[in-house]
Design a protein around this ligand. Structure first.
Ligand SMILES: *Cc1c(COP(=O)(O)O)cnc(C)c1O
Length: 392
């Protein structure tokens, strides 16, 4: 077949917004586990927990099959939901599980609007939302950018509130030189396939002491307590939340690469800032994230699209996503403001309650960012997004 002169130049392969990095040594290790005869929770989970604990300042850490049940269990250990009037303050701009678990334990979520610059919960609003029924705060480190831990724990301490850090996205982030997870109260991480470190599905909970760790183990598996060779008792209702050894082996292959992954993500994020035409974005009111290259693990790179500018061209976010997809670029939405989901509307929330979260929820766009992306990929995304916004 002769070359067709009107055929377009070969297009680069589709660029997803994220992609896990699983090396061959990990794949071989997983095969070994599969051949070993012990595939569910066992020695690999124990080894994974020990390494996680070492990264969390030696605090007790237990592994689970999600970064959702971890938060639910933390609330149960803290006794939150024991009274139906119990309240938990959190952000409306997060993955919906953060608020769903509050409902799950029988408590009521109380939302505090975000800071439009960090897009994380506004701690001034958290303080104003504290009342006689408040039991806990669940801050979320959106995109890996940490909520101010100094101020957070000061507020919690003064009001005697428990904290369950939803650090699902911030494994590898730090605050004041200390790794997230190595201090504070409960800290929950997720190892979902899209997170910076993955076990395919999974998560872990950092606890305060061995008594809490024992409770976490009971909630993890049907409330079972074993003793001696044949002793078994059940003291409370627990779930089915244990991690498999196959999954833990994936995590053991990921952990040694965390620093390298974080460094590469930071370098790619810097390149986004360098490549964007800041004056143009400012003129149309397309907002970049906080340029933090110290604390954040850059789990995601998100822009807030210029709603009014797009509306003048009769365009919405979905049109921008479709235009980028036609150029071979995948994007995501993390997240719509959750108080506007049907479930939460039925519970009384409505449009206008949290204007900053609603604006971000309507206009946020997650751009591709993952360790094996190239610098040229970043340039291609920036070029494509700016040309769409310019109406090319
Ligand atoms: C991923 C995520 C979770 C839940 O983690 P799973 O492991 O998927 O259950 C919770 N909160 C936030 C902010 C997340 O990004």
């Amino acid at each position: 077949m002769s070359a067709n002169p009107i055929e377009p130049a070969a297009t680069p392969p589709f660029l997803p917004f994220t992609r896990p990095t699983i090396d061959e040594a990990t794949i071989a290790g997983v095969a070994d586990v599969l051949r070993s005869g012990w595939i569910t929770s066992g020695p690999n989970v124990k080894a994974f927990e020990a390494q996680l604990s070492a990264r969390c300042g030696g605090r007790p850490v237990r592994a689970f099959n999600s970064g959702t049940c971890t938060m639910e269990i933390a609330l149960r250990i803290a006794g939150v939901g024991a009274q139906p009037t119990d309240e938990v303050i959190t952000t409306p701009l997060t993955w919906v599980s953060t608020a769903n678990i509050v409902l799950d334990v029988g408590a009521r979520p109380v939302f505090a609007d975000i800071d439009p610059v960090t897009r994380n919960i506004d701690l001034d609003r958290v303080e104003s939302a504290i009342g006689p029924n408040t039991r806990a705060i669940i801050p979320v480190d959106l995109t890996g950018l940490p909520v101010d831990r100094t101020r957070l724990h000061d507020i919690a301490g003064r009001h005697r509130l428990r904290v369950v850090e939803d650090a699902a996205q911030s494994f590898g982030s730090s605050w004041d030189g200390r790794a997230i997870g190595s201090f504070g109260d409960f800290v929950s991480f997720s190892f979902h396939a899209n997170k910076n470190i993955t076990t395919i599905e999974g998560g872990c909970l950092v606890l305060n002491d061995d008594a809490e760790a024992k409770l976490a183990e009971q909630y993890r598996l049907q409330g079972v307590v074993r003793s001696g060779h044949d002793g078994m008792d059940v003291e409370r209702v627990g779930g089915k939340y244990n991690l498999t050894d196959v999954a833990a082996r994936v995590g053991l292959g990921q952990l040694p690469r965390l620093a390298e992954f974080t460094e590469r993500r930071r370098a790619l994020a810097r390149r986004y800032f360098d490549a964007f035409d800041a004056d143009f974005l400012h003129d149309v009111d397309c907002r970049l994230p906080v340029a933090d290259f110290v604390n954040s693990n850059w789990h995601m790179f998100q822009v807030i699209l210029p709603e009014a500018h797009l509306a003048r061209r009769s365009l919405q976010r979905a049109d921008v996503m479709a235009a980028l997809e036609r150029r071979g670029i995948g994007t995501g939405v993390h997240y719509p403001a959750l108080h506007l989901f049907s479930l939460y509307r039925r519970l009384g929330w409505k449009a206008g309650d949290f204007p900053h979260a609603e604006y971000a929820g309507r206009n946020t766009l997650t751009l591709p960012l993952f360790p094996t992306m190239t610098d040229a990929d970043v340039d291609r995304v920036v070029e494509a997004l700016q040309s769409v916004l310019r109406g090319a």
